[in-house]
Design a protein around this ligand. Structure first.
Ligand SMILES: [Zn+2]
Length: 384
């Protein structure tokens, strides 16, 4: 009946448009509804099945993972190795989402790329050191990347440029645009850089030791040193913050140059949005919400309350804190936990309601592959 797959595709899209009278939800006065979507989900289910789920549930935005921690590309890349030979999840999703007006954002992980690090071990993140290394720094071998690596940032920028030149995506979405923990990064370049800035790296390492490793360790020691203005600790934290901000600004400039009206966004760890956990976020992640307000056109705080052992009210607190810190001109899509055993109907519905009540302009669900009938129904009720 159909001459080729493309004709079949257009037929499927046409049927979907008729079936759901699809227009972007925002145009209907509904809230923006985004999903994070793994490339592997598109490769296993197929773009037609995925977009059917998106259309049925009035999704407006898709964050499609095109470069995850493994460093494999889920688009046709001449730079990075493919996630699966001859598959183009981004191209497939563009073809089915564009006719329905669903925005597609290419989602990039920043601080971890196994494929890149296997080729460039010199750009690895270094750990502070544990008992089994006699507390001497050691190189991570899981693909974690040192955020000050210019070479890696150049590689990442090349991928962003490649995506924007070859695909008419609506946005670039950054993830893991932060440090993972205070124990990073003590690579030789970092030790040299901090020393040049007048920071006593030995002193910083001593405070980390007293926080996490000493027999009488005080888990709040590092945060207390930061809050009380310990000069070396404060300068170290600010150095890391400046690296994260600088990397994001560099990627933003590349994205803007390739596509001036691109929506440049990021997912953020939630602690930085709240007064009582802001020091924790600055010391561990180097990720500042004030900086985010300058850098991004859209932010998604990942308020996964069940993982954090929090109530839905906390999701509202994170949304409120985010709006206050990033400023009213940056839309907030509240990131909602829709995975795991505890994410039942009530949990999902209450989290979304709390986020919207607090003023979030949209909702971002983690993630499409973990959605089921019960969770979609919770989303639908919360958005009514
Ligand atoms: Zn480093």
């Amino acid at each position: 009946m159909f001459r080729n797959a493309r004709l079949m595709l257009y037929f499927v899209i046409g049927c979907l448009m008729l079936a759901f009278c699809v227009t972007p939800a925002a145009a209907n006065g509904q809230s923006n509804l985004a999903v994070w979507l793994w490339g592997s989900t598109v490769r296993t289910q197929g773009a037609e099945a995925v977009v059917k789920g998106l259309a049925e549930n009035h999704v407006t935005d898709v964050f499609l993972l095109v470069r995850g921690t493994a460093g494999k590309a889920d688009y046709a890349s001449a730079i990075a190795p493919p996630a699966e030979a001859d598959k183009d999840a981004l191209g497939d999703m563009m073809a089915v989402c564009r006719p329905l007006g669903i925005r597609v954002h290419a989602w990039f992980v920043f601080n971890q790329d196994k494929a890149y690090i296997d080729l460039h071990p010199e750009d690895s993140m270094w750990h502070h050191g544990k008992a089994n290394t006699e507390f001497k720094p050691y190189r991570m071998e899981d693909g974690k990347v040192c955020p000050m690596s210019e070479a890696h940032l150049g590689y990442m920028n090349d991928m962003i440029r490649e995506v924007l030149e070859n695909y008419d995506v609506d946005g670039i979405h950054l993830d893991y645009i932060r440090y993972g923990h205070m124990v990073y990064c003590f690579c030789p370049d970092h030790v040299q850089k901090a020393t040049n800035l007048g920071i006593s790296v030995d002193r910083v390492r001593e405070v980390i030791f007293e926080t996490s490793y000493a027999s009488n360790a005080n888990p709040n020691r590092f945060f207390e040193a930061y809050e009380s203005g310990d000069a070396d600790v404060v300068a170290w934290v600010k150095m890391r913050q400046s690296e994260i901000r600088g990397a994001a600004a560099s990627m933003r400039a590349v994205a803007r140059e390739a596509k001036p009206n691109v929506i440049f966004s990021a997912s953020l760890m939630p602690e930085g949005a709240l007064v009582d956990t802001n020091s924790f976020a600055m010391c561990h992640y180097g990720q500042s919400y004030e900086d985010a307000g300058e850098l991004y056109d859209l932010v998604c705080p990942m308020a996964y309350h069940l993982d954090f052992g929090k109530s839905p009210a906390w999701v509202g607190d994170v949304a409120r804190g985010t709006i206050e810190l990033v400023g009213s001109d940056v839309p907030v899509y509240i990131g909602v936990q829709a995975y795991g055993n505890k994410a039942d109907r009530d949990a999902v519905q209450e989290a979304i309601a709390a986020g919207l009540e607090a003023g979030a302009e949209g909702v971002a669900l983690f993630r499409f592959g973990t959605m089921n009938e019960e969770r979609w129904s919770a989303v639908s009720d919360a958005l009514k």
